[in-house]
Design a protein around this ligand. Structure first.
Ligand code: ADP
Length: 177
C-alpha cells in the first residue's frame, strides 16, 4: 500500500449533507426517487430539482452508481449508489464493494478531488457496521492504490458515534492511523 493512500482517508461524525466536498455519495434505493435515511436527508437538502434529475436516470441496479448535480447542496455532485440488502450470503460483500468502486470510478472520470461516503447499506438494509466498515475502507484503499486519480480526500462520514467508533478502531488496528 502506497503511504499517500492513507493520507487521503478521513473519518468524521455528522451529517453528510453539510459537507463542503466535490461529491457526496447517496445510499439510494433502486428507484432513485428518494427514500428515508440518508437518501431522504440528501433530497431534502438538495431541493426538488434533484428529484427531477433523478427521474430521468431510470433507476439503478444494486452495486452500480449514477451521478447527478448537487443542486442546493454545497457538493457539486451527488453519486447515487444502491447497496445490497444484507442477507449473509457472499454476494453481499461483492455488491457493497462494487458500490464503492463504481462511485470512485465516477470521481476519477469527473476529476473530483474530494468525496464523502455514508455507511452504505448500514441503515434499513441491515449490513453489520463492522463488516461494512472493512469493505468500505479496504475497497477504497485498494482503488486509490491501484488507480491514478485527482482524489486528495476521501471522507467516511458516520451519523452515529457508535459507527464512528467502529471506523476509528478499524483504521487504528489495521493501518495504525
Ligand atoms: P441503506 O438503505 O443503504 O441502509 P440508510 O439511509 O438507511 O441506507 O442508512 C445508511 C447509513 O446512513 C446509516 O448508517 C445511517 O445512520 C446513515 N445516515 C442517515 N442519515 C445520514 C446523514 N444525514 N448523514 C450521514 N449519514 C446518515
Amino acid at each position: 500500500m502506497k503511504k499517500e493512500v492513507l493520507d487521503k482517508i478521513e473519518i468524521k461524525q455528522g451529517d453528510i449533507t453539510k459537507l463542503n466536498v466535490d461529491a457526496i455519495v447517496n445510499a439510494a434505493n433502486r428507484s432513485l426517487l428518494g427514500g428515508g435515511g440518508v437518501d431522504g436527508a440528501i433530497h431534502r437538502a438538495a431541493g426538488p430539482n434533484l428529484l427531477e434529475e433523478c427521474k430521468k436516470l431510470g433507476g439503478c441496479n444494486r452495486g452500480e452508481a449514477k451521478i447527478t448535480n448537487g443542486h442546493n447542496l454545497k457538493a457539486l455532485y451527488v453519486i447515487h449508489t444502491v447497496g445490497p440488502v444484507y442477507s449473509g450470503k457472499p454476494e453481499d460483500s461483492m455488491l457493497l464493494s462494487q458500490c464503492y468502486i463504481n462511485s470512485l470510478q465516477y470521481a476519477l472520470e469527473k476529476n473530483i478531488k474530494s468525496i464523502a461516503f455514508p455507511a452504505i447499506s448500514c441503515g434499513v438494509y441491515g449490513y453489520p457496521i463492522e463488516k461494512a466498515c472493512k469493505i468500505a475502507i479496504d475497497t477504497t484503499c485498494n482503488f486509490l492504490n491501484d488507480k491514478d486519480s485527482c482524489l486528495t480526500n476521501v471522507i467516511f462520514i458516520l451519523f452515529s458515534s457508535k459507527d464512528f467508533e467502529v471506523y476509528r478502531k478499524y483504521l487504528k488496528e489495521v493501518f495504525g492511523i
